[in-house]
Design a protein around this ligand. Structure first.
Ligand code: GLA
Length: 822
């Protein structure tokens, strides 16, 4: 039965083929039909790097292949399972070939390839156009042919080719040479292999790599945070003219699901990658991915836009004030239009249909790719888009708009909100009918958090709202006194009726209210007060340390021309910090200067009381002594600290800034108050070594100190020892919340810990917080009392501290100072 059914089908296929070649001959003369373009649409798949880094192995790759199939992502189009850096041994084999690490890939790459191919998937590998990969494994420069042949022999279908250790003179010619060498080597293998050029946009590959690679990275590495996503979109979006079937801009692998961004941001990630016809390479652990992650990655409407066979990257049709509109033509004549809001607040993003590639029509149908909702517009596509959000519509002309709901855009603006009867805030809402036909019985409501009120100061209702008209309403918000500073959602809902049958409908948007509160009375270290907004060139602004690098908490103690500070703000130019004062503060006193950790500058520091420059440093050069500034803030609602420089990213310190608020004497204590236990000004202050047999010494030393002129130099044994002393009399630290000391590491890193002995039994209570530091780096080691643990049955009685110790190890000299309670 089976055999009988099989044969005629085969015969039919071959006779059709015969007819085709016969008919094709005269028209095409001798020319062969063009081969199907490889990567005719942007490649889709998975790569382990973003979620696992070097921690790659056979099991991960196989299990990921399993999940691609079982989750339906394979059916949605994800095909390539790509292995990134660190898959090989550190040395080539005796035959010169790359060798898969047998601990990670016991079945070899060939084994994984077979497994993946059996599932109908394809396998990708990673190499480098340099002497070593980025993680230090063998690179392919000078070994192109052998490596390409090796990969082809193993059954590899995709090569990501990196750019570390490239021995390059930096010229574009050199980039073209190195990447073409691998192109030719891949061609020689005869195997069909997608070629992904990864040189981070360095040599503008979009200008030369078409015809060499199927895709090329356009930017540095993505990371799982909003600033990275926003910056990559900004760089990749303008490159639309360079993309097309078989040659794509690659803004890097996706971070969706890795936890560093909100769902709104991950939806923007997926939306903008699809609009930019970007390769969709999943970079999260699919085996543990949430339903939400899978639904974002599996959005079929967006995948269809990304994979559309026309193969055109969406063009930027407008880009103003952080609001961007992209327009992507699709093969069936539809267009995908994205409204992207990169700002930090709700915004109405709009585009006239005449400003897009849509052909003129009386109306257009919009299909929202996330909700599936269908609406119609007359001539403007517009929506209230949340902060960091993106709305994508699939759009086509519409002949009869009467039966499709009109698109209604709900927008809002809201400044900062101050709690209490004299405070409040002003909310402005806008509702705009963009559809063909009047909407009726419109009413707008603002849903505020419990205890708040929102009262309209102008009408929030309209009997009829015609096409392209707006109802604008101003609202007075009242927020109960005592509401903590923070972010609170306010939902705006427009309810109305539409069409001949007066059908009810609603449209909503959410705006985030920022509640600010003035500092309490007293003199306070500014580094202990949260700014309302904080902008910085390199990573976050750091409190009580210099800026360091791009990560949080990666600075050193603030150091200006050798002067070390325990308190302050580490920024890089151009930075701006805004604090709400509510007219309640009088003065800011601070030192300013360039941090010794990095050169740059000169830089200018300005303290603004509202819009008035209340103090300014003038240009400060690297190595210059700290400059004192005093700013009169009387009556100001806002304090702003601005550091500027012709060299962006100069390390600028606000050292020991103290803010005075309310009516307090000039000599009132600076809060939070701290009590010095040991300052080493009079010698080693009786410091001893807990376990003398284990080694170590202590000496007073002027070479590192925070307050005063001296600190303590400790030579530590490699395995560590406790340094400290039994106190002459018990010390009462009740009311204090933490212990601190300042530390500078020697030639090697070190570990700091604090312990106290309490009560008559001198019971040891010690913290579990170990702080690793890099050689020569300095920082304040902090241990909260509630993180210090005592033996079972003992409570840490802060009023009866009998001895204080610090633990230091790794060998060599460690400098410490100012052991204190705060
Ligand atoms: C570079 C690439 C990354 C990743 C790593 C691996 O940084 O850009 O995508 O492949 O190397 O070391």
């Amino acid at each position: 039965m089976m055999r009988n059914r099989g044969r005629p089908v085969a015969a039919l296929v071959s006779s059709l083929a015969l007819v085709w070649s016969f008919l094709a001959l005269p028209a095409a003369a001798q020319a062969a039909p063009p081969p199907p373009t490889l990567a005719a649409t942007p490649p889709m798949g998975f790569n382990n790097w973003n979620a696992f880094g070097c921690d790659v192995n056979e099991r991960l790759i196989k299990e990921t292949a399993d999940v691609l199939v079982s989750s339906g992502l394979k059916d949605a189009g994800y095909r390539y399972v790509n292995i990134d850096d660190c898959w090989s041994l550190r040395e080539r084999g005796p035959d010169g070939r790359l060798v898969p690490d047998p601990a990670k890939f016991p079945g070899g790459i060939e084994g994984v390839a077979d497994y993946v191919h059996d599932k109908g998937l394809k396998l990708g590998i990673y190499g480098d156009a340099g002497t070593k990969t980025c993680a230090g494994y063998p690179g392919s420069l000078g070994h192109e042919e052998l490596d390409a042949r090796t990969w082809a022999d193993w059954g590899v279908d995709y090569l990501k080719y990196d750019n570390c250790n490239n021995q390059s003179d930096g010229s574009q010619e050199d980039y073209i040479r190195r990447y073409t060498a691998m192109r030719q080597a891949l061609d020689k293998t005869g195997r069909v292999i997608v070629y992904s050029i990864c040189e981070w946009g360095t040599s503008q590959p979009w200008t030369w790599a078409k015809g060499i690679g199927h895709l090329w990275r356009t930017t540095g590495d993505i990371s799982d945070n909003w600033a990275s996503l926003r910056s990559i979109i900004r760089q990749n979006a303008p490159l639309a003219p360079y993309a097309g079937p078989g040659h794509w801009n690659d803004p890097d692998m996706m971070e969706i699901g890795n936890g560093g961004m909100t769902a709104t941001e991950y939806r923007t990630h997926m939306s903008m990658w699809a609009m930019m016809a970007a390769p969709l390479i999943i970079g999260t652990d699919l085996r543990t991915a949430s339903a939400e992650t899978l639904s974002i990655l599996g959005n079929r409407a967006l995948i269809a836009i990304d994979q559309d066979r026309l193969g055109v990257q969406g063009a930027v049709v407008s880009d103003e004030n952080g609001l961007m509109v992209l327009d992507k033509p699709l093969a069936n004549g539809d267009r995908a239009i994205a409204l992207y809001n990169s700002t930090d607040t709700l915004a109405t993003v709009s585009v006239a249909t005449a400003g897009t590639g849509l052909r003129p029509a009386g109306a257009y149908r919009l299909t929202d790719v996330w909700s599936g909702a269908e609406t119609q517009v007359k001539s403007t596509i517009s929506a209230g888009v949340p902060a960091h959000g993106t709305v994508v519509y699939r759009v086509r002309p519409l002949r009869d708009p009467a039966h499709v709901a009109p698109a209604v855009a709900v927008g809002a603006e809201l400044g900062t909100v101050v709690p209490g009867p004299t405070g409040g805030g002003t909310l402005t809402t806008t509702v705009t009918n963009r559809g063909v036909g009047t909407i009726r019985d419109l009413s707008v409501a603002a849903h505020v958090p419990e205890g708040w009120t929102a009262a309209p100061l102008s009408s929030a209702e309209r009997a009829r709202l015609a096409t392209d008209t707006t109802l604008r309403t101003t609202w007075r918000l009242n927020v109960p006194a005592g509401t903590p500073a923070g972010h609170y959602p306010v939902d705006i809902t427009a309810s109305y009726r539409w069409g001949p049958r007066h059908r009810p409908a609603t449209t909503s948007s959410q705006i985030i209210a920022t509640v600010v509160t003035a500092p309490e009375d007293g003199r306070r270290h500014l580094s202990t007060i949260s700014p309302v907004t904080s902008a910085n060139a390199t990573g976050p602004v750091e409190a009580d340390q210099s800026n360091g690098g791009a990560l949080e908490n990666d600075g050193n103690l603030i150091t200006i021309a050798g002067h070390v500070y325990q308190r302050g703000l580490g920024t890089t130019t151009g930075s701006e910090l805004r604090y709400y004062l509510g007219g309640r503060c009088s003065r800011l006193v601070t030192d300013v200067g360039l941090d010794d950790e990095a050169q740059g500058g000169p830089a200018t520091f300005t303290v603004y009381a509202d819009d008035t420059a209340a103090a300014t440093s003038g240009p400060v050069a690297a190595g210059e002594a700290p400059k004192p500034l005093t700013a009169d803030l009387t009556g100001a609602a806002w304090l702003r600290l601005v550091a500027e420089s012709p060299t962006s990213g100069t390390h600028t310190d606000w050292a020991k800034p103290v803010l005075t608020c309310g009516d307090v004497p000039d000599d009132s204590p600076i809060l939070p108050q701290s009590q010095t236990l040991f300052s080493f000004e009079s010698g080693t202050e009786g410091f001893t070594i807990a376990n003398p047999g284990d080694g170590g010494t202590v000496t007073q030393s002027p070479s590192f100190h925070t307050e005063g002129a001296n600190g303590l130099a400790v030579s530590t044994p490699v395995a560590g020892n406790w340094f400290g002393r039994t106190l002459a009399a018990p010390v009462d630290l009740s009311g204090r919340t933490m212990l601190k000391f300042d530390l500078k590491a020697g030639d090697v890193g070190t570990v700091g810990e604090i312990a106290v002995q309490v009560g008559e039994s001198f019971t040891w209570c010690q913290g579990g917080l170990w702080t690793w530091t890099n050689p020569h780096s300095s920082r304040t080691v902090t241990e909260r009392f509630d993180q210090i643990s005592c033996p079972v049955g003992v409570t840490l009685d802060r009023s009866d501290i009998r001895a204080v110790w610090v633990f230091l190890n790794t060998g060599g000299e460690v400098l410490i100072d100012d052991i204190r309670a705060e």
